[in-house]
Design a protein around this ligand. Structure first.
Ligand SMILES: [Zn+2]
Length: 342
């Protein structure tokens, strides 16, 4: 098959579009013919070596995949060749202490499709049959590929971890990102009010269209000051943070008493300082989370099919132009998800 893979770490120029080993379905596994694969920030960390692929190089990125069933390995039942599917990207053992507690995202053998094994920047990809969900005809392959990581992570962060309630106020960092554009919509779906940040004025309109009440350009405005102004000096109930560094540190100052900061990524840096005085004196909660459950993904797909959630798609590139697609994301030119189509 053809795939866009890398043999050494670096920038977009390290990605080669060429022949690559065909995936073979083992017991309990399925090979899926990729119809759409979305790019993610984690792809960039895998590519540049900040998060080297655990199984080594060469490696194929791509965590968010839709496609059709191509072949099933031994012991797989209930799937037909050609069936439309979306792949849940979390890989877990199902047997460790945390899996048995129902917390599969902290499985001691946890992994992601596209990180801990080859992903969807390819014509074919292999995944456990248990990770497949049917993709309804009401959802395009492109829209389906835009949700399994970004929208699911935002959903889990807001609905499950932060326990978001109607009329609460939420600060969402980076409206133009996959998790940001998803978090704004999910917060609105829950009846919350949203303030968000953008890095350039041309993303303000998108943020408003998604339902953000207040949009702040963090390069020219102080988002902490703006959050105070927006809430009448009170501060926001919940902050969704995925940038790290100064943005993480300052997001804590935007919270009201008993507020919750959920960290779901570290797209600029893995480090962030925490002003402990604010955490204990205001009884703040700082929560980490990653991904969500396959049942939450099924719920999101229902909202998608009904038109209540709409992934923001910036642009789709042919798989052979994966270099250009990755450069587009590295340059932060995208407003929403970037896709590869084999
Ligand atoms: Zn486990």
């Amino acid at each position: 098959m053809k795939a866009a893979f890398f043999k050494e770490h670096g920038g977009a120029d390290k990605i080669h579009y060429d022949d690559y080993r065909d995936p073979v379905a083992g017991a309990g596994e399925v090979v899926v013919r990729v119809r759409a694969c979305a790019l993610n920030q984690v792809d960039m960390l895998l590519l540049d070596g900040r998060f080297p692929p655990p199984e080594g190089l060469p490696h194929v990125n791509g965590c968010e995949v839709t496609g059709t069933v191509e072949a099933a390995g031994p012991g797989v039942a209930g799937l037909e060749r050609g069936q439309r599917v979306v792949i849940f990207p979390g890989l877990s053992c199902g047997r460790c202490e945390y899996c048995l507690r129902g917390e599969r995202t902290v499985c001691v053998r946890y992994g992601y499709l596209g990180a801990h094994r080859d992903g969807g920047y390819a014509e074919l990809v292999k995944a456990p049959a248990d990770n497949l969900l049917p993709l309804s005809e009401a959802i395009t392959f492109e829209a389906g590929a835009a949700v399994p990581l970004a929208m699911l992570t935002s959903w889990h962060a807001l609905v499950v971890q932060a326990d978001l309630r109607p009329a609460q106020t939420v600060l969402v960092q980076a409206a133009g990102s996959g998790v940001g554009s998803a978090a704004i919509q999910i917060a609105r779906l829950c009846g919350a009010r949203v303030m968000t940040t953008v890095g350039s004025d041309d993303k303000i309109e998108l943020a408003r269209a998604l339902g953000a009440e207040r949009v702040v350009n963090y390069r020219t405005q102080d988002f902490v000051e703006e959050a105070r102004r927006w809430t009448g000096k009170r501060g926001v109930d919940i902050a969704i943070e995925h940038i790290g560094g100064d943005t993480f540190e300052r997001s804590v100052y935007a919270l009201t008493r008993l507020g919750t900061l959920v960290t779901i990524g570290s797209h600029d840096t893995h480090w962030g300082r925490l002003d402990l005085r604010h955490v204990y004196s205001k009884n703040l909660r700082v929560i980490g989370t990653n991904l969500g459950s396959i049942t939450e993904l099924a719920t999101i797909l229902e909202h998608l099919a009904a038109g209540r959630l709409r992934p923001v798609i910036d642009q789709a590139f042919p798989l052979r132009d994966a270099q250009a697609a990755v450069q587009h994301v590295l340059d932060r030119k995208n407003k929403g998800k970037v896709l590869l189509l084999p």
